[in-house]
Design a protein around this ligand. Structure first.
Ligand SMILES: [Zn+2]
Length: 147
C-alpha cells in the first residue's frame, strides 16, 4: 500500500517555518529512514513527525471516529499506529530520537501558541528523550468536548 500520510501539509509548513526562523536546519522526507520522517535534524539525531490527529488516532478534540464504515476506519487507524510504533523502535535502534508533533498542537481550539511549540521542540532537540510528543493543551474540560 502506498504512503498514507500526505506530504507538505499545512501543519508541516508551520513546523518548518518555526524551526527555520530560529536557525534550525533540517532535511525533508528522508526515505532512507524508517517511517520517512517529515523533518530530520542530523546534528541532533532527531526525526520529527507531524501527525494528523485523525490518521494517527490521537485522543484529542480533532479526532472523531466516522459513524459510517467505523470498522474499516478503526482498522486503518490501528494499522497506522502500529506502523508509527514500529518506526520509532527502528529509528531508536539506528540511534535516532523521535518527536511527534500532533496537528492539534498547531490548529483547533486546543492549539498552543507557536512560540510555545517552538520551545518544546527546542527542549526535545537539546534533551535526551528517545521519544516525545507535542499535542494540544488540555485547557478545556473533557465534558465540554463531548457536548
Ligand atoms: Zn490531536
Amino acid at each position: 500500500m502506498s504512503r498514507i500520510r500526505a506530504k507538505n501539509t499545512a501543519p508541516e509548513w508551520t513546523v518548518r517555518r518555526l524551526l527555520h526562523s530560529r536557525g534550525f536546519r533540517y532535511q525533508l522526507h528522508r526515505s532512507d529512514l524508517p517511517g520517512k520522517p517529515d523533518l530530520v535534524l542530523p546534528r541532533f539525531r532527531a526525526a520529527i513527525f507531524v501527525h494528523g490527529c485523525f490518521w494517527h488516532g490521537h485522543a484529542c478534540t480533532l479526532f472523531r471516529m466516522p459513524t459510517t464504515r467505523t470498522e474499516f476506519w478503526s482498522e486503518k487507524i490501528a494499522a497506522n499506529r502500529q506502523r508509527d510504533a514500529n518506526a520509532i523502535s527502528l529509528l531508536d535502534e539506528l540511534g535516532w530520537r523521535s518527536l511527534w508533533i500532533w496537528e492539534c498542537a498547531l490548529k483547533g481550539r486546543g492549539r498552543l501558541v507557536e512560540s510555545e511549540v517552538a520551545e518544546k521542540v527546542k527542549a526535545f532537540l537539546y534533551g535526551d528523550a528517545v521519544l516525545d510528543e507535542i499535542g494540544e493543551c488540555r485547557a478545556f474540560p473533557i465534558a465540554e468536548e463531548v457536548l
